[in-house]
Design a protein around this ligand. Sequence first.
Ligand code: MD3
Ligand code: FE
Length: 236
Amino acid sequence: MNTDPAPTLFGPPHAAYERREIAPGAVHLPGWLTPGEQRDLVTACRAWAAGPVPIRRTRLPRGGVMSVQTVCLGWHWQPYAYSRTADDVNGRRVAPFPARLADLGRRAVADAYQDEEQAAAYEPDAALVNFYDGTARLGMHQDKDERSLAPVVSLSIGDSCVFRLGTTEHRNRPWHDVTLASGDLLVFGGPSRLAYHAVPKILPGTGDPATGLTRGRLNLTLRVTGLTDEPEGAGR
Ligand code: MD3
Ligand code: FE
């Protein structure tokens, strides 16, 4: 039985789209990015993946390596902290957070929550660009290295995937599986901000090569770290 409320339809600014609240504070807007926006983001991701810090598979503290390949903007993430320099890759300072991603993040929050005031106050300062080949996966985890509980904005391009949203308490059932396709937006805030989540499966061959991505899946997450740089000479 489908107990989900009927999706609501909104009109312009761009094409009408559905808006589904998959859990309190977790909103899914299928096909939110236009084909042109997807293409532009693929081009931008290629440039970001080249450096100053190249895209890499993140090493985990217990010796494992993630199958997902990641490049960070604004702040570099490694489990389980953010820094300005990529000390686990080449030591370089990560590229600054692009203003156009901050604008996109504000539009995302406005469309997901229908709240212009919350959107205007949204100032993401870190992005993780994740690339999944056909076999990559991401296990159940929480995003809790940020010091802010502001929403996380997630954009998907390329092959579809199965996205799994669990509870905030533990990594086990119950969970809810949602297929994410190219152009989809998810915003996670409020009661869902600390929910466990995972990407158990990529569906190879489901992406449209017109995005510029012939295989695999790109996911961009925009975050508010709540961190500030220590002023020079501070900390005596
Ligand atoms: C739910 N990325 O980078 S995006 C991650 O598709 C991450 O690459 C996945 O999980 C991906 O940490 C999922 C959706 C997402 C992102 C952040 C969340 C869901 C979230 C934060 C809280 C709750
Ligand atoms: Fe996550």
